[in-house]
Design a protein around this ligand. Structure first.
Ligand code: CO
Length: 130
């Protein structure tokens, strides 16, 4: 009888110990999961957009972007070109030789019409929205 009681007490202590370790492991993993979830929920950066200048044309011709987007024009043509606002100076690239790029980050909503000063028939539009 005494032996049975001792065995039961030992089993109870072992079971309690096992439960304590198990629940400790669980509470240790919880913060890890929280950190991973927070990382996954971090807002991603606004995607950058590329515009190709080729065949004496801007491609895409008409572009819609969100505020904060960086647009990069790259001259993939054999001739020099510019990226120049019809009015104002938001887009005001130097003459881009073949292979050269020009980037602008759009911070204000609105529509920007632009052209190439060397070939005024080359035209494009960027529409910026919130
Ligand atoms: Co041009």
């Amino acid at each position: 009888m005494k032996t049975t009681i001792i065995i039961l007490i030992v089993l109870a202590v072992v079971a309690f110990g096992a439960y304590f370790i198990f629940s400790n492991n669980n509470s240790y993993q919880a913060p890890k999961n929280t950190i991973q979830t927070a990382a996954e929920l971090q807002p991603s950066a606004v995607s950058d957009i590329a515009v190709s200048i080729k065949g004496f044309a801007f491609s895409p011709l008409n572009l819609s972007v969100k505020v904060g987007t960086k647009v990069t024009w790259t001259n993939n043509d054999s001739a020099p070109h510019t990226v120049t606002s019809d009015s104002g100076t938001l887009l005001n690239s130097p003459t881009l030789s073949p292979g050269q790029s020009y980037s602008v980050t759009f911070t204000t909503p609105g529509t920007v019409n632009y052209h190439c000063t060397i070939h005024p028939m080359m035209r494009g539009t960027v529409t910026v929205t919130n």
